[in-house]
Ligand binder design. Sequence first.
Ligand code: ATP
Ligand code: MG
Length: 657
Amino acid sequence: MSTDHLNIEFALHQIPERLLDESKNPKPHVHSIEKYNELYQESISNPKEFWGRCAKEFLHWHKPFETVLSGGFEHGDISWFQEGQLNASYNCVDRHAIKDPDKVAIIYEADEPGQDRKITYGQLYRDVCRFANVLKHHGLKKGDTVAIYMPMVPEAVIAFLACARLGAVHSVVFAGFSSEALRDRIKDADSKIVITADEGCRGGKIIHTKKIVDDALKECPNVKRVFVFRRTGSDVPFNPSRDLWWHEEIEKQRPYCPPEIVNAEDPLFILYTSGSTGKPKGVLHTVAGYLLGAAVTFKYVFDYHEGDVHGCMADIGWITGHTYIIYGPLINGATTVLFESTPIYPSPSRYWETVSKHKITQFYTAPTAIRLLRKYGREHVDGHDLSSLRLIGSVGEPIQPEAWEWYNEVVGRNECAIIDTYWQTETGSIIISPFPGAVMTKAGSATVPSFGIDLVILDPLTGQEIKETKAEGVLAIRQPWPSIARTVYNNHDLYLRTYLHRYKGYYFTGDGVGRDSDGYYWIRGRVDDVINVSGHRLSTAEIEAALIIHPSVAEAAVIGVHDDLTGQAVHAFTTLKPHCESTDLGELTLQVRKVIGSFATPKKIYVVKDLPKTRSGKIMRRVLRKVVDGETDQLGDLSTLSNPTLIGPLIEAVKNS
Ligand code: ATP
Ligand code: MG
């Protein structure tokens, strides 16, 4: 198979001088490429030593561990620190509340500007204890599962930590999901309690959260208790034999609750994947390994220093929110921002107003938001004081070089570390990313592996490792790391089949990847989405990146469609920027030819109003494929599709083209 076209290597961006100037910035923890190499090499060649040391440095153990790692990929019986005992909420809250009770733990930036609130570690400690006592009083026990379906309010964080305090397992469901999707997740995870709110507010709109819960629970007889936090105070349906008000219950409880000390390998949470490639999987993470992965990457990849304000814009309903709004920052005793609104409410300057108001030092969002803001134009960024920012990051999808450059220049003013971080719900924490202060960047590359991540590229057909530096294939990992998911809840066989047995001896990510001659990694897109035109393997990410360079294009999604002559043909979907009514399709085709080559020329280009995306903002190419194939009655699991009303117009657009 030819991969000649994947020859484009992008220029290295130097580490901004400002980052290395110790009069302006704290010295980065990983301050040179030599330091990165040294730590990385140790983490790979001597993982037990490396992680054993980190586990003692980052976590408080009620009982120390003896064995660092046992088990492996063959049976999926991986266990880290197995004799150790600890409590996640003690690690996230108590020890900081004891040391520095007045330090701000959470900055809550509410949907309406001006309604922000700060919660100290001391306050968080008392709130978590009180709510844990509420749950305990109502019968919650170690190992029980609790569904959390809540807006982005501090009480959601309190709910996470109260579950963890009791050794219960939280299963957070993004509060934008429908009642059916919520019902399925409650049933699948065997949740016995639901924690929710009366309503949610997002982008000036009201979400009828409690009503959705009531609908979902019609078919969940095992849920005996629903705790309702009052967010808006509107009248909502209330079932007195089942429902309880948060504010009434916590008044009854004292702000002390001893943490339930659990085993290192006890479950901490279940979380469903985004559903980009199929039915979401209920991924299970365990206490110690997950916390350690979150803590170590938070410190080193985000280069956290005392006094920083960490602004992760994700929702707590996704792994990014779990790891980099809640667990990573709180384990490190950091100040974390909880952002309830959207990037464009009340205007496309909302992020930048928030950065300047709270003096955010690390800002983390997704390519979908960056593309959205780029579409609105830089005038919404310029003029805001972004001088507090030291690092800007992105996660969730490949970031097109065009969008990366925009982010770097317009938001980062070429003065910030810019990190494209690659990871998955299943990896628990970042596995590929530049280390600020140590690794030079390239627009569109996630660059180098994080500590303990033994990356390899496999030949997709033979499963053999490709040893040459320059390589194309599928991304896999050769040895377990602490925050790898331990199973798919109630379906270990699916876990083994999906991740560990596809290529024996490796964890398989499901993503295609390239490695350039500098050893930098480039995520090419989902293996399921790879397109093969006359023997050329084409990456969706690459063709989309070429399309988005055109000044009229806001977003692009590319799929492979059966073709009698070439095996597959490229079909491209694009949305346009606001000022563009239409575009010259010939120019778009030319753009792809120029950047990649004539073999990648789209056979068809559809201009549409909107692309199908998951609720976490990822493009769902599988839906586009079905629409083009005319299989509109077999669109698959659509529970995670954020905008189901686009399907009709999409089918029309394809039909009329
Ligand atoms: P499902 O597994 O249900 O199909 P999903 O894979 O979208 O859903 P997540 O775990 O939220 O669910 O997303 C992980 C995936 O997101 C990765 O496998 C990768 O395809 C993509 N991804 C995340 N970060 C990046 C990044 N920085 N660059 C490229 N791709 C990324
Ligand atoms: Mg996935």
